[in-house]
Ligand binder design. Structure first.
Ligand code: PLP
Length: 420
């Protein structure tokens, strides 16, 4: 490490010592990262990917992405896009064809109307949508209420934007649906927004209609913005009727609706998502996007358009598989003695593991080392996730069944005290 110039010169040249001089700054090496970046830990999910990458014969229930490849006709649309030399930037908003198709899609599914010319922005995944929406709307010190356990990016995105995340715990006893009374209790004069993600990663929870209505009333009553990450909107089960937050009374003008193609269309690698909001809000989000990103990849936008046009049967096919696997994994965990509530959305099960006497971190770490099954500790999604692990069931039935055998063996050993 090099000695900071200032202190080394002071040591050899006392004339530089001046009582009015600036206080000495600590060396750059101790302050190179911005505090708000420094204070955010690395994603707890990635740590397990790294362990997994060093092992063979691992069954991964860790990564939150479909095991299916992108539907063939969508891949072909991407190939066609490139072969047609569509290799240039698009409008900052994204192609008008994709925005029109999306406007139609959202109106058909949820009855929400967005003007494709100025209320829809195509982004680099829902990840970018989230970051841009938050950065465009938060001032330093603004508080954002969010349910926890929740997706790993929310707290960092709020902190990177200078905001303050205010976690509201959700519990197994509440089926991980956020309690509106707890939201109301968390509101302060600094509260700017509520961040919602239902269907939820990591819990698989959905919002019962009466709870969703009550949250909307609270947002209206307290004049709050709502960021609604609805990336799992198409993955719902057991007759649950998905409603977009933006479709509820009084909500369109205060909702920033975010979604993407990664999950429902098995397009994680294409990096394509969207954000919809009233034009006066979207204009600000567009500004951030325009200076940082310019436009999402043209080839991915063309493929996403094909997904919207012809992907419905594929969504239904994959959903049927997820539903089957969901029942296998939930029943399997409950039989092993790990209490698991019925997730009605996304593709995650969130079994309670506290009966093993292990923390969720210990459980995940010992499970991968002893049985080569990768799961994610619930604490990767906030302290409220302690006592649970997240298991993604977007993997083959055979692998899920084998994982259940291995986890059963692991839990049995804890019960009998061996290795415990
Ligand atoms: N939001 C949630 C809740 C997610 O689970 C994920 C990915 O796991 C994302 C956003 C990011 O999705 P994308 O691939 O569209 O960036």
């Amino acid at each position: 490490m090099t000695t900071p110039i200032k202190s080394s010169r002071l040591a050899t040249d006392p004339s530089l010592l001046n009582s009015e001089s600036e206080p000495e700054r600590p060396p750059l090496s101790t302050r190179v990262l911005a505090r708000r970046v420094d204070e955010v830990p690395r994603s707890g999910i990635r740590r397990f990917f790294d362990i997994t990458a060093t092992m063979t014969d691992v069954i991964s229930l860790g990564v939150g992405e479909p095991d299916f490849d992108t539907p063939q006709q969508v891949i072909e649309a991407g190939i066609h896009s490139l072969e047609s030399r569509r290799t240039h930037y698009t409008s900052n908003y994204g192609t008008i064809e994709l925005r029109r198709a999306l406007a139609h899609h959202l109106e058909r599914l949820y009855g929400v109307k967005y003007d494709p010319t100025e209320e829809i922005l195509i982004t680099v995944g829902a990840s970018e949508a989230l970051d841009m929406a938050i950065r465009a709307t938060l001032d330093p010190g603004d508080e954002v209420i969010l349910h926890e356990p929740s997706y790993v990016s929310y707290r960092p995105a709020v902190i990177f934007a200078g905001g303050v995340p205010v976690g509201v715990n959700t519990t197994l006893a509440e089926d991980f649906a956020i309690d509106p009374a707890k939201i109301e209790a968390a509101i302060t004069p600094r509260t700017k927004a509520i961040l919602l993600n239902y269907p939820c990663n990591p819990t698989g929870a959905v919002l019962p209609a009466d709870v969703q209505d009550e949250i909307a009333r609270i947002a209206v009553r307290h004049d709050l913005l709502v960021y609604s990450d609805e990336i799992y909107d198409r993955l719902v089960y057991g007759g649950y009727q998905m409603r977009s937050m933006a479709a509820l009374p009084g909500m369109r003008r205060r909702t920033i609706l975010m979604g993407g193609f990664s999950k429902a269309y098995a397009m994680t690698g294409w990096r394509i998502g969207y954000v919809c909001a009233p034009s006066e809000i979207l204009e600000g989000i567009l500004k951030v996007h325009q200076y940082m990103i310019m436009s999402a990849a043209t080839v991915a936008q063309d493929a996403a358009l094909e997904a919207l046009k012809t992907g419905e049967p594929d969504v239904a096919r994959m959903l049927a598989h997820y539903d089957r696997r969901r029942r296998i994994i939930v029943d399997g965990f409950n039989e092993i003695g790990l209490t698991t509530f019925e997730p009605r959305g996304a593709f995650y099960a969130f079994p309670q593991i506290s009966s093993t006497g292990l923390t969720s971190d210990q459980f995940a770490e010992q499970l991968i080392r002893e049985e080569s099954v990768a799961v994610v500790p619930g604490t990767a999604f906030g302290a409220a996730g302690e006592g649970h692990v997240r298991c993604c069931y977007a993997t083959s039935e055979a692998e899920i069944k084998e994982a259940l055998v291995r986890i059963g063996r692991f839990v049995e050993r804890r019960k009998s005290g061996a290795n415990g």
